[in-house]
Design a protein around this ligand. Structure first.
Ligand code: GDP
Ligand code: MG
Length: 292
């Protein structure tokens, strides 16, 4: 059996979580077009007759300003240290820039095999991909360079084939039916955050966190979920609530529908917004959210 950890690494928004979900054929990580959507490492386990690949989806590489962001980057660093292989994802629609240099510098210390995945090839011309290959090929020692589309699934099978080549022989680490290590509570909180992110702009995505405080079985296929949305200012709270509560209602309805699909139960979602100044620098709040 080939078994090992594969880190998905790259700048925010390059498609790491989309790739993880595609590979697993189900939604493990939430997706948005806003940066810094993924805040912790999330394991996605893919077991086949060849072995077991444990993908580690990570926050995007960025310069950390708040305690939250430092913790996000610590997930990245520890994933780089503990993985058997690292996949660097880049966005084929973007030119090489300053932020990419920071990513390259971060990866210079990595001693395990490294792949370059050029993502979003469904929306770029071939010559752009060739230019990127030319730009990247000498920056680091890439064992494989693979153009992919995480959204459409292009070359994802090729990627998996190649990963197996570099993984060590070992016993499986997870059961055949295990797909992720995250708790149901955490997944529920993330679903709420995803719906919220799809409706807000500017700094709101950065200053919002969601904590599921209660999840209770009410019998007869019913579940009660109590969740709190943290924001930093009262003006944020007002935006999320919306005119006469219209936005929070919409977010709640969208989240509840998806929760019902996953939990296969009727969900009563009790959603509250709370202002907690500087929660991004509060170890207490961050511990609560990470510990869900
Ligand atoms: P992450 O921050 O790296 O995890 O990126 P996400 O997976 O959240 O994706 C960021 C955005 O890019 C979302 O709007 C995705 O729908 C989009 N995206 C991801 N992969 C692809 C792809 O292969 N093709 C296209 N066209 N869009 C993609
Ligand atoms: Mg992500």
């Amino acid at each position: 059996m080939k078994v090992g950890y594969v880190a998905l690494i790259g700048r925010p928004n390059v498609g790491k979580s989309t790739l993880l979900n595609h590979i697993l054929g189900q939604k493990i990580a939430i997706i948005s077009d806003k940066p810094q959507t993924t805040r912790m490492s999330i394991l996605g386990i893919k077991t086949t007759e060849k072995g077991q690949i444990i993908f580690v989806d990570n926050p995007g590489i960025h310069r950390p300003l708040h305690r939250l962001n430092k913790r996000m980057m610590n997930f990245v660093y520890s994933s780089l240290q503990t993985s058997d292989l690292t996949c660097l994802l880049i966005d084929a629609t973007l030119k090489y820039g300053h932020g990419d240099q920071f990513v390259i510098d971060t990866l210079k210390k990595v001693t395990t095999p490294l792949f370059l995945l050029i993502n979003k090839v469904d929306i770029v011309k071939k010559d752009k991909i060739l230019l990127l290959i030319d730009r990247y090929k000498d920056l680091l020692e890439f064992k494989e360079i693979i153009p992919i589309s995480a959204l459409k699934g292009t070359n994802v099978d090729v990627l998996e084939e190649n990963i197996y080549k570099y993984l060590p022989e070992a016993e499986k680490l997870y059961g055949d039916d295990d797909v992720s290590d995250q708790s149901l509570r955490f997944l529920m909180s993330e679903i709420i955050r995803e719906k919220l992110l799809s409706h807000v702009r500017q700094e709101l995505p950065f200053v919002t966190a969601v904590l599921v405080e209660e999840m209770e079985d009410r019998g007869e296929g019913k579940k009660y979920v109590k969740a709190r949305i943290f924001v930093e200012k009262d003006s944020h709270r007002k935006i999320i609530i919306g005119r006469q509560g219209s936005l929070i209602k919409r977010i709640g309805t969208e989240a509840r529908k998806e929760m019902e699909d996953i939990l296969e139960a009727k969900v009563f979602l009790d959603l509250h917004v709370r202002v907690k100044e500087k929660w991004r620098d509060s170890a207490g709040v961050l511990d609560l959210i990470e510990g869900q």
